[in-house]
Design a protein around this ligand. Structure first.
Ligand code: SAM
Length: 318
């Protein structure tokens, strides 16, 4: 066991920076449960997360959403520790797109990490990760960077187009060998939407346009290790149902969670970020339990702004 000090990544968002130390502690506790004496610490005016862990934790530490650098504490001194490179793609894949409604990048990685930590099945290749409310792809890019395959569904055609065109430009400019295509989706001779397919060296992504409640029809027999999503907050980005804005995403989640649960492999996990001011943890837990999922006791409650208090619920399919 060594005493480590993880230097927390500077956050461009001041509100998020304020809660980052607590969230970083909760993330480490969920993803490396054997870390001991986990505590946010300020050293010479700078935020660190300090904890005891063994060398085996280094890849998990490298993947922590807030990890900027790692030091081993030796008395009063901090000795730099090299971390393994756990990323298959550059961080600008996630940081370049800027748009209203984008989920905080650091938080997205936390959400993905804690959901994958709940998966109770051996990996037999890249993890199959679905974001069924994909927006312009923050979860998908985060999953791809960490070496997983990424799948998505998005109702908003414009968001889908912007995401597809960003990926096409990005991989062309980076001169990475890939294929990226948008093609129509037809059922019984009728066009029902579009799909985007991306193939990289050993990795894959597919995104459909459409309603997330139709996810099982769109993906057919495909099953996922993890379903990771940032639900609409019922504020600026309301859930759309029947063409009108439904300001409460609770109905959308009640309809969609049983569908998503049916798409998980056994041992797979669902991670949802949602606004607790619109729906309580107890209520969301009931929806997940009714869908046959077992909810983890982890909580990540934090304030985003006056109308959003965000939390993460992680549940496993037995
Ligand atoms: C909070 S945003 C997710 C943002 C995304 N993580 C990103 O960073 O781009 C929720 C997304 O859910 C989409 N959405 C809402 N209702 C939907 C539905 N019924 N089916 C599919 N997507 C839906 C919205 O268009 C929005 O893009």
């Amino acid at each position: 066991m060594a005493r480590f000090c993880m230097l927390l990544a500077p956050s461009s968002n001041r509100v998020y920076a304020g809660v980052a130390p607590q969230l970083a502690a909760a993330e480490l506790a969920a993803t490396w449960p054997v870390a001991e004496h986990v505590e946010p610490t300020v050293i010479a005016g700078v935020d660190y997360l300090t904890f005891d862990a063994d060398e085996g934790a280094l890849p998990t530490i490298a993947r922590q959403s807030a990890c900027f650098a790692l030091f081993a504490r030796e008395g009063e001194l901090l000795r730099p520790v090299s971390l393994p490179d756990v990323y298959t793609l550059d961080d600008d894949l996630v940081t370049i797109p800027k748009y209203q409604g984008k989920t905080n990048e650091q938080f997205t990685q936390l959400l993905l990490n804690v959901t994958l930590a709940a998966v109770a099945r051996e990996a037999d290749g890249p993890r199959q990760v679905l974001d069924p409310l994909a927006g312009r792809g923050t979860t998908l890019s985060t999953a791809l960077r960490l070496g997983h395959d990424a799948y998505g569904i998005e109702l908003d055609d414009k968001a889908f187009e912007q995401m597809a065109s960003f990926y096409k430009t990005y991989f062309r400019r980076k001169r990475l060998k890939h294929s990226a295509d948008v093609t129509p989706v037809r059922r019984a001779g009728k066009s029902i939407g579009r799909r985007f397919d991306l193939t990289l060296d050993g990795q894959h992504a597919t995104v459909f346009t459409g309603d997330t409640r139709a996810s099982a029809e769109l993906f057919g027999r495909k099953r996922f290790d993890a379903i990771v999503t940032d639900a609409p907050y019922g504020v600026a980005h309301g859930a759309t149902s029947g063409g009108s804005k439904d300001r409460s995403p609770a109905k959308l989640l009640a309809d969609a969670i049983p569908v998503w649960a049916s798409q998980l492999k056994h041992g797979g996990a669902l991670g949802i970020a949602w606004n607790t001011l619109g729906q309580s943890r107890e209520d969301l837990t009931r929806v997940c339990e009714r869908a046959g999922l077992v909810v983890e006791p982890w909580e990540f409650t934090h304030r985003v702004d006056s109308s959003i208090r965000r939390d993460v619920l992680v549940a496993r399919k037995p």
